[in-house]
Design a protein around this ligand. Structure first.
Ligand SMILES: [Zn+2]
Length: 287
């Protein structure tokens, strides 16, 4: 039902702005989809920002765009969050679900499970994923240490969560772009400047659009929102602790480039502009 009402809104706006009759246009690839495609599951609901960070389903994208970008970006996003919560659990000694690491003890590596339990950090060497020979080597290493020979002792943990920081950046870019389309409508996709953003999302391996992600330097209230920063003619999308800077639909990227060049950090003062809030559905206020 939710999908159908977003579909119907998209059909209405696509006709008005893009002149395409009876179809929903995927905001990422700009291909057309009809009601049959919807019932065949070729369009899917996008959570903006990703579900794992509390985002709600507000817009539909086609399956192909959702698969190629969603999988890549959100997967890495989840891995990073998992790693952060593991590190936090250890440093704050808070109880948390177990996390897997690789433990290297004097050059011998094994898979371990780390869990914080009542202020203690328990490290358990996993029996089923390790080579038994490695475990016994580590045990004899520990035996030498317990006998008081600490020469050459080194001990470290590395994460098994591998992720690409670039994919996480692109996840923020995708959320910001889709939020702007949901808020402003297809008008937002219809320009050379925002085309660069769109292409960057659907071709993540290429470099079309750079410099868009800033960390907030001061505490700004927690709400996600889109702000039009008049002073420099750019959009600032606040998502969690980050700010994604986007061009306004315009012929050039000059204002965007000037902003990225000038601003090294974004703080409360920078965020002084017109607050558009966060879209709750496909609103399309400028279509
Ligand atoms: Zn698409």
């Amino acid at each position: 039902m939710e999908n159908l009402s977003i579909f119907n809104t998209g059909v209405r706006l696509a006709e008005k702005v893009l002149g395409r009759i009876g179809v929903y246009v995927c905001p990422l690839c700009l291909k057309s989809f009809d009601a049959n495609d919807l019932s065949e599951g070729l369009l899917s609901l996008e959570h903006v920002p990703p579900k794992s960070t509390g985002g709600k389903g507000i817009i539909l994208t086609c399956k192909k765009c959702n698969n190629s970008s969603g999988y890549l970006f959100e997967g890495d996003f989840k891995k990073k969050n998992k790693l952060i919560s593991a590190i936090e659990a250890v440093f704050q000694l808070s109880n948390d679900s177990p996390h897997r690491f690789k433990m290297n003890l004097s050059g011998i590596e094994t898979d371990v499970k780390l869990q914080v339990d009542d202020g203690r950090v328990n490290i358990e060497v996993l029996r089923n994923t390790n080579d038994p020979k490695q475990i016994s080597q580590q045990l004899s290493q520990l035996k030498i240490m317990s006998d008081g020979d600490f020469r050459g002792l080194s001990f470290n943990l590395t994460t098994s969560q591998r992720f690409k920081e670039r994919n996480i950046e692109l996840s923020f870019l995708k959320s910001a772009f889709l939020a702007c389309v949901a808020k402003f409508g297809y008008s937002f996709c219809k320009s050379n400047s925002t085309d660069e953003v769109r292409k960057q999302i659907i071709y993540p391996e290429k470099d079309y659009f750079e410099g868009f992600l800033f960390r907030k330097t001061s505490e700004i209230d927690g709400e996600n929102k889109i702000i039009y920063f008049q002073k420099r003619n750019v959009l600032l999308c606040i998502i969690d602790n980050y700010v994604v800077v986007l061009p306004i639909p315009d012929e050039t990227l000059d204002d965007y480039n000037a902003f990225v060049e000038e601003y090294r950090e974004i703080n409360n003062a920078t965020l002084n502009g017109i607050d558009h809030g966060w879209p709750s559905s496909f609103e399309g206020i400028y279509d």
